[in-house]
Design a binder for this molecule. Sequence first.
Ligand code: SF4
Length: 529
Amino acid sequence: MKWTEEAKKAFEAVPPFVRPMAKKGVEAYARSMGRKIITPELLKDAKKNLMGRYGMESTDSTVNKEEPDRKASVPATQYPNRFFAREGVDPLKYAFDRKIAVHAGAGGQALPAEEALPTWQALCIKPDSSPRRTVYIHVPFCQSRCLFCGFFTHTLRQGDSARYTDALLKEIEQTSGLPAVTGHPIHAVYLGGGTPTALDAGDLKRLIEAVCRLFPLANDCEITVEGRVSDFEQDKMQACVAGGANRFSLGVQSFNTKVRQDVGRISDRAEVLKMLTTLTDLDNGAAIIDLIYGLPGQTMAVWEDDLRTLFEETKLDGADLYQLNVFKGSLLTRAVNQGKLPPPADIPTQAEMFLKGREMMTAACFRRLSMSHWGRTPRERNRYNTFIRYGATCIPLGCGAGGRLHGHYFFQEGNLKTYYRRVNAGEKPVATAILLPAHSPLFRNLVGQMENGRVNLTTLGEKHGFDLEAVFSPLLKQWEQAGLIRRPGGGWIELTVAGEFWNVNLAQALIDHFQHYHQEDAQPGSMAL
Ligand code: SF4
């Protein structure tokens, strides 16, 4: 690769200790753009695009931002940018500076607010026969607020359950007969929130019954009710089963009484185990829980005990192991900053907890369903989450729900009053419509396969009409060298254990690199869609 004299001079402004890796990055960028000579303009462009434009979301952990010990122990030359991983370090703990929260996404173009409803109306009369079709119902109420939560919106008050269920039933009646809904079976339904189990037993039953009666559900449709331990009494469990639910996903987070109550969960260990036993004794649907690693006060010993409790003291069908994400401005950040709670685990410690979780789940014969989801019995399929990662059609229902239809993403009204007013007026309460990038199907396939730990770039590329191995070549070579992926041949890339931990960073980098390569008019990484 040739450099002009001006480019060489401009490059001298880069601090000497990062020059070798920065040079590699600039030249890889130039190759990806089909350029053979580095000019000052290209250098500027590379800097902007490789170090700034790829604005990945990261967790807001104060530990993630500061990490003085970690920086001291890792050579500074290994900090090129957010795109290429550090080399010569333990990739599990130190591959990147920041970890992207939640999901990789491709962004999109928000349409003007006045076009949101007409766009929905134009698309919902168009039949949809996507291979994966889902319905998402949002219940925006919780009994109380957990400190780490980024999704809390309303505390449940007297009368909310019946009023909200009435509105949902109206919306279901208005939506379920649309051509985009009726033409093909629905494969998964998810009641999420918030906390659906905050609703009364009778309301849960009539809501799920309406879903089963009015939507064209496939015979093997997965119907999940998300909930929390403290408000899911036996009468509600029975109401959900009677209504037609066949999967329950409960947020346990930790079995340790102090750790869970410190972050705002209500029940103690004994109550959690009692509730889970009542649920699994019903023997009528898959029961799974979420566990979180990295919570304040959750040492490795506590984490191991959480996992052992799952194995030995429950009959659950599966579990999700999630890394704690500390959201900006959350109550947890405030409590830590005020010294009321110890800081959550830093990224290297979370990486060790991820590894421990992976080892213990494997030894306990749980099977991997995705990077964070594990099944113990054949009952657990995790269909909804898997389908959504692959970009499934998703019909949104409820205040604050999100969904996807015919290349667009829709957000519904998040304001309860406006939601009630619009539904009662017979209007679909769509608030925002986002046009997804032209290559969104490719990105979703990429993200979906990454979640399974291996991607075949040859077949994926053939399906979407690109030579993906060539497009991604600079990243793949570097990641292989850094210990994040293996390339066994035949177009496969396989994540190493470290690659699994950083898989969202890798998926996001591939999407951003592709979008830049094709100069798509989108906002890379701005939103996980
Ligand atoms: S119950 Fe769930 S949604 Fe509600 S505040 Fe707690 S973590 Fe958030």
